[in-house]
Ligand binder design. Structure first.
Ligand code: URA
Length: 208
């Protein structure tokens, strides 16, 4: 299992700003998107490129372009939408596959209520985006869904991850890659990450 805590100074600085009590919706939203872009940069470091010759301003020149059918971004509703602009800033042509899951109050298991995947999932790298990797229940279900659709390369981008969630996703899907700005201390009794960010969805959308 590849778990990368991206300890870049810009990421650390921006995440520190996000942790302040009383942060405005505008600032939290902007920072979520900026950190998402920086995580995307790290998570796409190993994309394969192919060389091709083009006509440059001073004559023919060899350049590189990303190989293959490329990427689908998979925001998990609703908070994952807050990271989408930052990821799209770096990969503007990426297809977006939106998924929505909620916990069944009886079984406590995640149930899919929305799934709109792009075509040819078997040929794409899926970049799941969700601000908080807490219990990993939603993440495990999302990876199950992506694998059922044929996806073979899956990476997840999270602003903050809890050790408990990392253990659970490692046990369920050891073949995926996780990129996070911080591995925090633990989950509290309500499933919130400590010190964490609070309710990321509420902070991104300005709800309470
Ligand atoms: N979802 C959140 O928004 N915050 C947490 O700490 C855990 C899950």
């Amino acid at each position: 299992m590849k778990i990368v805590e991206v300890r870049h100074p810009l990421i650390q600085h921006k995440l520190g700003l996000m942790r302040r009590a009383g942060i405005s919706t505008k600032e939290f939203r902007e920072l979520a998107s900026e950190v998402a872009a920086l995580l995307t940069y790290e998570a796409t470091k190993d994309l394969e490129t192919v060389e091709e010759e083009i006509e440059g301003w001073a004559g023919p020149i060899k350049v590189h372009r990303i190989k293959g059918r490329k990427i689908t971004i998979v925001p998990i509703l609703r908070a994952g939408l807050g990271m989408l602009p930052g990821v799209l800033d770096l990969i503007p042509a990426a297809k977006v596959s939106v998924v929505g899951l909620q916990r069944d109050e009886q079984t406590l298991k995640p149930v899919t209520y929305y799934e709109k995947l792009t075509g040819r999932m078997d040929e794409r790298i899926a970049l799941i985006v969700d601000p908080m990797l807490a219990t990993a229940g939603t993440l495990v279900a999302t990876v199950d869904m992506l694998k059922a659709a044929g996806c073979r390369r899956i990476k997840g981008l999270f602003l903050v991850a809890a050790p408990e969630g990392l253990d659970r996703i490692t046990a369920a899907h050891p073949d995926i890659e996780i990129y996070t700005a911080s591995i925090d201390q633990r989950l509290n009794e309500n499933g919130y990450i400590l010190p964490g960010l609070g309710d990321a969805g509420d902070k991104i959308f300005g709800t309470k």
